[in-house]
Ligand binder design. Structure first.
Ligand code: UDP
Length: 246
């Protein structure tokens, strides 16, 4: 399918897609075969990109930027181009696994603490019979680990590489290595393995529905408060942008 024109939120392109579009696009990328990068963006991404030109460049060059983060839906609406729905890494991993089990897609799970990717793989394989996880490895985004990671990935020819090193590391890592690894689809999924494996609890459904997942993260990971200051900064900058461009 043709990728819809992105909406730019403070210079970061975000694609107005649904979960179903996402799955179709992933399928197309696998058929086409050349390496593509998908990012799961939220307001923290956008604010980090304002301070870090190399991260902004990666987001601008990514093949698909998913609206993971309710703040982006809010901003898009204010800027007059509403996004159809939130498409998150943490739910996206389940829908990908479900579709992948039917389509025969081969997954490699890279990152998170030792044992977490393996546990994620066994939970997903039990839930979606036929799912092919052809490799898991914690590794690290450190360059000294790259040769071993590349060796493991290249030997099993995955279709989809899920990378859980947190943003912006995972996205910079994918941009730097995707052409060498030659996996058709690489996606930075943040804390998604931790959520599937139950190492970290995702917000209760009610809070997610009330658009308060960010509040849950603040309470359960208080050390993130500095990073989360990006949320009010994001709101302020979007409002300022909107006033300047009226
Ligand atoms: N992580 C990792 N290596 C690193 C940094 C992070 O494997 O050098 C993993 C961490 O264990 C977690 C994931 O990256 O599973 C996401 O971390 P975080 O919650 O910071 O990312 P976010 O969801 O904010 O993008």
């Amino acid at each position: 399918m043709t990728i819809p024109t992105p909406i730019h939120i403070l210079n970061v392109p975000v694609h107005p897609v649904t979960y179903e579009d996402f799955l179709i696009i992933v399928g197309d990328y696998i058929t086409q075969g050349h390496p593509r990068q998908i990012c799961t963006a939220n307001p923290e991404f956008v604010m980090t990109a304002q301070r870090m030109p190399e991260f902004l460049a990666v987001l601008q060059k990514a093949d698909l930027v998913l609206p993971d983060g309710v703040g982006l839906l809010w901003a898009a609406k204010r800027l007059g181009r509403p996004l159809p729905e939130r498409v998150t890494g943490s739910d996206g991993i389940y829908v990908l696994a479900e579709r992948g089990a039917r389509e025969g897609w081969r997954f490699f799970l890279l990152g998170a603490r030792p044992g977490v990717a393996e546990k994620t793989a066994s939970i997903l394989c039990a839930r979606y019979p036929g799912l092919q996880v052809v490799g898991t490895y914690p590794g690290s985004p450190d360059e000294k680990d790259y040769p071993e990671i590349a060796r493991r990935i290249k030997s099993v020819h995955p279709d989809i590489l899920l990378v859980a090193y947190g943003a912006p590391k995972q996205d910079l890592w994918i941009a730097a290595h995707k052409d060498d690894l030659h996996v058709p689809v690489s996606i930075g999924v943040g804390g998604a393995f931790d959520h599937v494996a139950g190492v970290r609890k995702r917000a209760p459904k009610l809070l997610i529905r009330l658009n308060l997942e960010w509040l849950w993260r603040l309470i359960t990971q208080p050390w993130r408060w500095k990073r989360q200051l990006d949320l009010p900064r994001f709101v302020w900058q979007v409002i300022r942008y909107e006033h300047q461009h009226r």
